[in-house]
Structure formats: structure tokens, C-alpha cells
Design a protein. Sequence first.
Lengths: 457, 457
Amino acid sequence: MINEESKSQLKQVVGEERFFDDPEEILSFSYDAFILTSEPDVVIYPITTEEVSGIMKIADRENIPVTCRGSGTNISAASLPVKKGIALCFTKMNRVIEVNTQDRYVIVEPGLINGELQKVLAQEGFFYPPDPGSINVSTIGGNIAQNAGGPRCLKYGVTSDYVLAMEVVLVSGKIVRVGSRNVKDVTGYKLSSLFCGSEGTLGIVTEATLRVVSIAESHRTILATYDDLEDTANTVADIIGSGILPAAMELMDKTVINVVADASGMSLPREAAGMLLIEIDGVEEAVEKEMNRIAEKARDNGARDVTVAHTQKESDDLWAARRLAYGAFARLAPNCIVEDVTVPVSNVPKMIKATREIADRYKLHLGILAHAGDGNMHPLIAHDPNDKDELKRIEQAAKEIFETGVSLGGTLSGEHGIGLAKAEFLPLVMNQDTLDLMADIKKTLDPKGILNPGKFV
Amino acid sequence: MINEESKSQLKQVVGEERFFDDPEEILSFSYDAFILTSEPDVVIYPITTEEVSGIMKIADRENIPVTCRGSGTNISAASLPVKKGIALCFTKMNRVIEVNTQDRYVIVEPGLINGELQKVLAQEGFFYPPDPGSINVSTIGGNIAQNAGGPRCLKYGVTSDYVLAMEVVLVSGKIVRVGSRNVKDVTGYKLSSLFCGSEGTLGIVTEATLRVVSIAESHRTILATYDDLEDTANTVADIIGSGILPAAMELMDKTVINVVADASGMSLPREAAGMLLIEIDGVEEAVEKEMNRIAEKARDNGARDVTVAHTQKESDDLWAARRLAYGAFARLAPNCIVEDVTVPVSNVPKMIKATREIADRYKLHLGILAHAGDGNMHPLIAHDPNDKDELKRIEQAAKEIFETGVSLGGTLSGEHGIGLAKAEFLPLVMNQDTLDLMADIKKTLDPKGILNPGKFV
């Protein structure tokens, strides 16, 4: 509960028009893309760093929980205000402050949609590599909080590889700046990496300087289809193990192929057991050469068909179809869970086999989608949340999937984060001393525990 | 001072043969590559994590300073035991534990020499990108502590981009493991990046899992020479600004060219005002194409000569000559300081001009060497440390160089770190609240301040 006096002070900071405590607004901030719900007490839309600082001074003094949020696409409940308090929504603080392609960086506000940044950069022949599935909806601030990945992170790396500097409002309302515009910078602790992926539990990013990359002169999309899912997985391990690094390498099993074919209307190989969608980029001649090597590896591993997109449109359509997978799968049942286990790529075949076996044993409607080149598996599980027995089976299966992934040298989450959804499983990947160290750091930056409370730390 | 009882306990942890408190050993650990000296009380060579843990338990209980060290090549005094205590030397804890090229990682102990790791990897067709000037001498542990860079970090990134996981002994002797073998891993705070570059002030890395990269099929070295240093610098800004990303792009001014020519015996263009040494790697056809583009840019910017190394040996010789620069320059006078300011690449021309002007004004024997492609400038200053007036002038000039770099959007250090040498200048790049935040984190991980005390935090 926030008392009236504090509400009035918060209103003074941002003005009446960006402060809400009416039931409609509250309700629309009571969920993200995870299955739980929890209402905040108030919703505030800041547009300046000073406003965020002013809000934090009041929250700190009054012990009010603060949960930051962009577009709320998070699927680990990281943006859910489970302890109520303030939902701090950054969607109105969304400017592009500077585009500097000569020095290869941009400066942006946290509420900027990733896809909007891409449009601005594309005009200059540049792009920002992290491309989560939610690219056209999710914000840079949310991407930073979750250390977002995406298909092309296989070649280009994840969000933390691109954050050069940040302005951060601490829980006290103090404003710090970490990092610089320089790719090489070893002046003190690398705090930008600490905030990146901290899921809003350590501080509030109010500005980010991001490294950008020039768009390659040539792109090619390859589609390889298989009669055997194991062959599909073996191709992935073989290509990566041989030192070839495509921009992206996505795997879909039969279930996902068919769901995507239905949703997109594209003629995809419905009867195939597995499919790889591979993107290569670079200098034209290099792309041509790598394409041939990849096609050869695919055939060596039993692909029955390897085709190359002939036009940019055909390629764009294939990637657009891939992006439909989650949404399309989610329409099969009232709800859909996307898991996010990552394993070393040589264990992708074993992980896929184990996942299928677990799904069959628990009788789940599970499809396998994966950023396979970096071992990042996204099993999709369509289900009815009102079916308690099914939920119970999903819970058991997820636990087995996590344990299997970890036993194969993998980890709990490749890009979706821990949030609330996976907090209980953290001991699978770190010992108590490591958990204590995270808790100590949390306590140092947020002594009262008001920043996104109730989550993994 | 360490009391006899503690000494005896420390000896029990590692055995008599890896514990030293005799004057000869003490003396040889009283300096690194910076100009100051300070003797430790004892020198210990651990070979297991458990030994490091055992040592830290004693040090923590008895409040004994612990300064870690590899080969002692640090030039910011980061490995100098300024508060005495234990010099913990890792050169005997230097195994390669696992090489896994299929999953693109290696697991190593901290005392392994970077160059030794490169040899092992080269046999498999792989390499570990960070290549500091000290590559054949410095250890992976030291590289991690300083977040080392090097020429090819222009294309490939610095040490923190390659540390996937670490085992770290905390000040209490507790052992934590952070990160995993997976490139994509968002399970809690990214602690590996916090330890990386912390200069031994937060914990002791006892094992590291490093990402490795396959060696490109083709490499080419280009040499461009200029009659005007400004044209040299403009070429750098032009190439990078146009989106081309060579593996390395090194700049030398006339002073450095001549020193390197003398030391290497190679026929370098002694009368040139500036020289660029550029490495391109990738698929053969792409390298050929980029080489032509780079040569064109160089000529457009006034290069009087652009040549390509014809053989691998010629290329190797050029890079070996480049590696001689620091050592050769250091032989010009009793001592040599290497500065390490980094600026956004578009400001490289301005920074070089300003540096030359400052050097002339203070009558310094200064040569300019730079990892120019990422704006990382290394002015070399040969001097006599017994000449107090000269030292005073160097101090003033260095301050002006730092201030100029920062005013051009740059930072204090690109790869050498802060240590003791630059601690006083940190307020140039961060406000008091940011400094306080670093101090808070230090206090959380090292409450008594015994890990590498007396340094930047």
C-alpha cells in the first residue's frame, strides 16, 4: 500500500497525466507473458532520468517496491510486480538520442522498441545485433534487463556484448554512469555487465550507449529438411564443430513446422521430421563459399533436401514464418510455455532426444524450436492452464528438462532469464556460496530490497 | 608483517618448497613493469584451488594483504604488493585442463601463458583472440585481472568477451563458480564480467573457461605509409567509419617506425611520417575484396605507398617487428612509459595531433603507437627516471593527455588498467556516486580490504 501523501508526491514528480492508480490501468500492469498475475498499486510513466531519480527517492524513503517494465513481454515473470508498489513503465521514455555510425554506437532511452532502433539504423546501413523473438514489441530497457538474445546472437553475441555504457538510477535516487563510448575501456569494475541481465533488481537503466554493426553486403537463407530429427541435430553439431559460424541456425521439429505452415500459409515441408533455417552473412564471395560448405554438411548428415531462398522476399518470408512459431503454437491451446534450456552444441542431439522422450512420457503437446547453433533450446508446450493434471505433468517435465540440460553441461536459461519462473532451480547451476554472493551484491545495491522484489535474488 | 605462527600455517598449506621468505625471492617480487617497487613479506606459489582457499582462510583471519600475480608484466602497478603481505604467484598453476573445439571452449588454470595456450589451440585450427603485447609472457590469470586487449581485439573483442565461466576463491576462502560453458547464459548476475578487469581486488580466479574461435582460412597484412601523420590517422577513421572491420589496424609515427626498424633490422620506410599495419582475415575471397577496399581508402587519404605482404613469413616478420616497439623504445633511455588513452575512432586524428603538441611543448621523447582502429592510443615516452625535471614534465604531459582524451569522448585506459598508476585520475571519467558504488562492491566482497590493497578502489 502506498499512502496518499506519497501518492501525491509521486504525482508531483511526473505530473497528473503520467501517474495512474485507476483499476483499468492497474489491471493492465498485473501480468506479463508468464502465467501469474499480480497488481501494482500505481503505474507511473517517467520520461526523464530526473523523474526516475525523484520517484526512487520517495520509494526508498517509504519502502515502496518498484518493478520496472517496458512492453511486458517477459516470460519468466521478471516484470511482474509481485509485491505490489510502483509499476514503472518506460514506454514513453523512448527517444533515440544519438546515432553515430562513424564511431559505431547509438545512445537511446530504455523505452525505445528494439525494432524501431533497427529501422533507424537500417537507414544508415547498420544494425543492432540482439534480436529477441519479441524484437518488434520489446524495449531496449527490457532487453538489457534480461540480457536478451535471439537467432543472430549465434554469430554476433547477446545484449551484454553490445552495451558500452549506461546511465543508471540507484535505489537511493543517485545517478551513476558506467562504461563509455569506447569498445576498449578498463577503468574500474565493468558495472555495465552487472546491471545487464540483473532483471531490474539492482538499478534502473535510464540511458544506454549501444555498439552497432554495419549490415553485411550479402545475406543468404538456406533451408534443409530431414526425415530424421536426430540427423537435423547432428548437422548443427557438425557445422559448428567444424568452425563455420552462420549468423543464425534455427531448428524446428515436425510439430513446429506444421504449426508454422498453418499460421504463415507458406508451403513448408510438412512431412519432414526436422528442418534447419540457416542464415549466412558477410562479403558476397564468402557467403557463397560458406553456403556451399553448409549445404554439403547438411547432405552429409542426411538432409533429403537443401534449398536456398532465391529472393530477398523469399528469405524475409521464411524468417517471418520462423518468428510466428511461438504465437502460432500458443494458439493451439489456451496457453503456451516456452522453455529455454541451453546446452553445449555437441549435446544438442542428446538434448533433443531427451526432450522428446520426456514429452512423450508426460503426454505433453510439445514442439521443439531451437536457436540450435548456440545450443539454445526452446521447447514449446501448448496446454490448458485449467487442466490441473496437465499442469502438474508440465511442471515435472520442465524439471526433468532442466536437470537433463544441466547434466549435459548446459544451463537453465539462455535468454529468457530467471525471474520468478526459475528461481527455485538456480541451485541446479550454482552452489550456495555463489547464491550468497549474488544476495550480498543485491543487498549492497538495494539494502531494503525494493527493486523488483520477490524474484530470483 | 606476518607472524611466525601464520607463516608456519601457510607453509603447511603449500609445503616448504612453494613458500618463500628469503630476501632474493622477496626482491624479485618487489616490482612489476611499472616504475615503483614494494616488497611482499612472503611469496607463495599455489597449484590447486584448495591451496588458494587455505591461504585465503589464513590471510582473512590474520588480516594479511594478498596480491596476486602472474608474470608481473603489468604496467599500472596492479600486481605490486604495496601493502606488503603475500605475493600469490600463479606461474606454477598453469595447466590446460580441457580443449573442446567442438563446443568452442577451453578450460585453463590462471598461470598458463597466453602464448602457450595459442600454441595448443593452433594445433586444432583455433585461437584465443585477446593478444596483449605481452602475449608470450603474460598469463591468462593476469589477462583476466586486467581485462587485456591487444591488436586483434579491434575485430574480435577483449578478454571479458571470451570468459565464459570462472572458478573464484573469495576472500573468505569460499569457492564460487560463475558462468557456464554456454555462450548464452542468463542465470543470475553476470559475475564473470565483474571479476574480469577487477585487478585482483574482488576475488582470485583459479580456473577459467574461455571461448575460442576457429582460425580464419586466409590472412593478409597491408602496410600503408604516409608523408603526413594526419593523413595516417584520417585513413583509420575513414576505414572504420565506412563499416570495414580489419582484424587489426596499428599506427606508428616516424619515431616509432625508426626505433622498430633499428631493433628488427627490417627495411621499414624510415622517412615516412606515419605507417599503418593492417591485418585482414576471413574467407579468402572476402579478404581479397576487403584488402582492395582498404588499399583504396589508404590511397584516397594520401598514402604514398600501399604494399601487401607477399608471404606468410613477411607478414609474420612485420607483426613481430610491431611487437618489438615497446621493448625497442624502452632501450632508448633508462625507462619507458606506455600511456593507454582510448578515444572514439573519429577522434583519432585530433588525439594524435594533440598528443604531438603536448609532447613538443613538454620536450618529451615521445613516439606514437596505437591500436588505431579502436582508438586505443599508446604514446611511448622514453626517459631517465633520475631526471626529476623530466619526470615532472612527463607527469604534467600525461595529465594533459588524459584530459584531452576524455574531452574527446575517450577514456583513461583501453587495456592496461588503473592499478596505482591512474587511480587519481578516475574522477575524470566517473562521478563520486559511481566511485562510491565501486567502493561499496569492493567492501561487500572484501570487507577488510586485504585483496590487492592500495589500488584504485
